[in-house]
Design a protein around this ligand. Structure first.
Ligand code: CP
Length: 314
């Protein structure tokens, strides 16, 4: 099936076949890198700009590594020393980056919808690296890629997402990816952070941690943001941890082989205890590592690359 998208803006708009195509291309790139290949010449001569206007460690570095493994020239935009601090608009910033010769922009921005906005202004691919509380599509793609490596098909798999669902772009992208791939998804946490209306996205909403975790094959923790407590979403971090933090006793309710996942950054001792984050069932660093191959696949496909050409080099 040919890839027909220039931009990656959301998982919501992707078909199951498109998700499968990204995963298959990522698997091919992972195999090439695993065989000792440091890079492929796929995007040689292209210039990719990492336009990150919010903090990031994993996503920014993984996109940078992915672009370099594809032999592209990659430029990291330094927001703190840029003219955005003088009030330059996103539109002007992006149009100037395009005028300087960029062939692709990867955007992280606090405003939901900003990648869609840029995609309508620019004649080059725009990749969403996280837009407000809306979506973080490459995170959802790398998370489901990691789950499939361990579990095979996700059809009927019991996946629990625990924590700050309401404000989480990671939760939204995973919900879209997992439900499209047939997983049985439960979102759980305090009712202030896990509103009932999430059922409209095809998931089960629960405020009963034990019931939700019972027999789950995957649990994905989300970072509890300190500012949520200031906004009165829960009384204190300690009380959140007491009610919903994942510790060894609560992890015993899971399937014994359950995968423990977290997109990072982790608040150790708040949403997850260190012994679980670093334990045998944790795949947190595998998620991070898989972020390179998955982002290589996204950059390659959106740049017009032929997935069959990559499969042929395996
Ligand atoms: N998972 C994630 O988006 O992490 P960063 O904010 O460090 O990119």
């Amino acid at each position: 099936m040919p890839w027909n998208r220039r931009h990656l803006l959301t998982i919501e708009e992707l078909s199951v076949a498109e998700i499968g195509q990204i995963h298959a291309t990522a698997a091919a790139f992972k195999q090439i890198l695993g065989q000792g290949g440091k890079s492929v010449p796929a995007l040689r001569g292209q210039t990719i700009v990492n336009l990150f206007l919010e903090p990031s460690t994993r996503t920014r570095l993984a996109f940078e590594m992915a672009a370099k493994r594809l032999s592209a020239d990659v430029i990291a935009f330094d927001a703190a020393s840029s003219s955005t601090t003088k009030g330059e608009t996103l539109r002007d910033t992006a149009e100037n980056i395009r005028a300087l010769g960029a062939d692709m922009i990867i955007l992280r921005h606090a405003a939901a919808g900003s990648p869609l906005y840029l995609s309508r202004l620019l004649d080059i691919p725009v990749i969403n690296a996280g837009d407000g509380a809306h979506e973080h599509p490459t995170q959802g793609l790398l998370d489901t890629f990691t789950m499939q490596e361990h579990l095979g098909t996700l059809k009927g798999r019991k996946v629990v997402i625990l924590g700050d669902i309401l404000f989480s772009r990671v939760a939204r992208s995973n919900i879209h990816a997992l439900t499209k791939l047939g997983a049985a998804v439960t979102v759980v946490g305090p009712s202030t952070l896990v509103p009932q209306w999430f059922t409209a996205l095809g998931v089960t909403v629960s405020h009963d941690l034990r019931g939700a975790l019972a027999g789950a094959e995957v649990v994905m923790l989300l970072r509890i943001q300190h500012e949520r407590q200031m906004a009165g979403m829960f009384p204190s971090l300690g009380e959140y941890t007491g009610m919903f933090g994942l510790n060894k006793a609560r992890a015993s309710w899971l399937d014994p082989q359950a995968l423990i996942m977290h997109p990072g950054p982790i608040n150790r001792g708040v949403e997850i205890d260190s012994e679980l984050a670093d334990g045998a069932n944790s795949v947190i660093l595998e998620q991070v590592a898989n972020g390179i191959a998955v982002r290589m696949a996204v950059l390659y496909l959106c740049a017009g690359g032929n997935p069959e050409a990559i499969a042929a080099t395996e």
